[in-house]
Write a protein that binds this ligand. Structure first.
Ligand SMILES: Nc1nc2c(ncn2[C@@H]2O[C@H](COP(=O)(O)OP(=O)(O)OP(=O)(O)O)[C@@H](O)[C@H]2O)c(=O)[nH]1
Ligand SMILES: [Mg+2]
Ligand SMILES: [Zn+2]
Length: 326
């Protein structure tokens, strides 16, 4: 066992057992200690981009991650696949920059989803409408984004021309950590390059017919800016399955909660009940989205492990048949 003291450092890249961390001496390769790996109950207990960790130097360019420090905030999604498992996208983040291209990418429903994820993790969301340079109906889209934004800031920018980027850069005060979220092709890496004034991050054109990106960025990476702020670039997500409870969703649909107080029935579902104050006042697409996210959140609050439940039922059934001599 080495007698080197533990040093606090920040994870700027994490992938399985390998990571990279930022120390006072620069960036190092990092490995997880066996103890950390074995004590983790799920993948969410392992270091993620943005985590603070205690490391033990092995040599000048390599460290061992011994301990994960508690997360102040986090952005998580439900891991892809069928298992009910949390995937931490970024940890200790102050601002979630929810990028939405003003081309075919624009989608208020997706913005609502990202807002719920941010609220759940204790992260302040900022809605960033990008590609203002190629949008003819910016006022209309700005209004549509504001309609779902609640109290969150909505910015209109062009990462390509630089329009509006000054205001955004102004949010990145020293010590602030922000994460770029959004679909592939929304312009996250282009914006990162604009802010850092470099071309270090690869970008690629979106498909002409549907504005979808090509999944150019492949991993989450934290970059420390000259100002002392940190910015995390992420790969565009194919899906952002909610990792949020009802409270996280409710925070995004304040307007519906306020109106619902005036529905005739206290348990009104705003479907077909008489005297509903919500149905006629809220955009039907938003109401549908509210119901959908609430259902997902309910599964999160009360995760019924379907498979294991059925496995137990089948086992009990088999035993019963056996007892009956079948
Ligand atoms: N017209 C216009 N194009 C933009 C703007 N921002 C980004 N783009 C273009 O959109 C395409 C996708 O940009 P990226 O920065 O690679 O998108 P990304 O969000 O990083 O995508 P992934 O890494 O795949 O998740 C590139 O061709 C960019 O040049 C903008 O403000 N205006
Ligand atoms: Mg990218
Ligand atoms: Zn109602």
């Amino acid at each position: 066992m080495s007698s080197q003291p533990l040093i606090e450092s920040r994870v700027c890249f994490a992938s399985g057992q390998r990571a990279r961390v930022l120390t006072a001496h620069g960036e190092c390769d990092a490995f997880l200690s066996g103890a950390l790996e074995y004590s983790a109950e799920s993948a969410a207990d392992l270091p993620a981009t943005g985590d603070y960790v205690l490391v033990r130097p092995i040599d000048a360019a390599t460290v061992l991650i011994e301990q994960l420090l508690p997360r102040r905030t986090r952005l998580s999604r439900r891991a892809a696949g069928t298992r009910h498992e949390e995937q931490v996208l970024a940890a200790n983040v102050d601002l979630a920059l929810i990028l939405c291209g003003l081309d075919g990418d624009f989608n208020p429903r997706r913005i609502e989803r990202y807002l719920a994820v941010a609220h759940e993790g204790g992260v302040e969301p900022v809605i960033v409408l990008n590609k203002a340079d190629c949008c003819d109906d910016r006022e209309e889209r700005l209004a549509a984004a504001r309609a779902v934004a609640g109290d969150s800031l909505v910015l209109l920018i062009s990462a390509l021309s630089g329009e509006g980027c000054q205001a955004l850069a102004g949010l990145l005060a020293p010590g602030v950590t922000a994460v770029l979220l959004g679909s592939s092709g929304a312009g996250k890496s282009t914006l990162l390059n604009r802010i850092t004034g470099s071309d270090t991050h690869a970008t690629a054109a979106v498909r002409e017919h549907d504005s979808r990106g090509r999944h150019t960025t492949t991993h989450r990476e934290l970059i420390v800016l000259a100002t002392g702020a940190a910015l995390i670039d992420t790969p565009g997500l194919r899906e952002i399955q909610l990792w949020a409870g009802e409270a996280g969703v409710a925070a995004v649909f304040d307007d519906i909660a306020t109106l619902a107080a005036r529905c005739r029935f206290a348990d009104c579902t705003h479907a077909s009940e008489p005297g509903c104050a919500v149905r006629d006042a809220v955009d039907p697409a938003r109401l549908t989205s509210f119901h959908k996210l609430r259902r997902e959140a309910a599964r999160h609050d009360d995760p019924r492990p379907e498979k294991s439940r059925w496995r137990a039922i089948h086992k009990a059934q088999k035993q019963l048949y056996k007892m009956r001599g079948r």
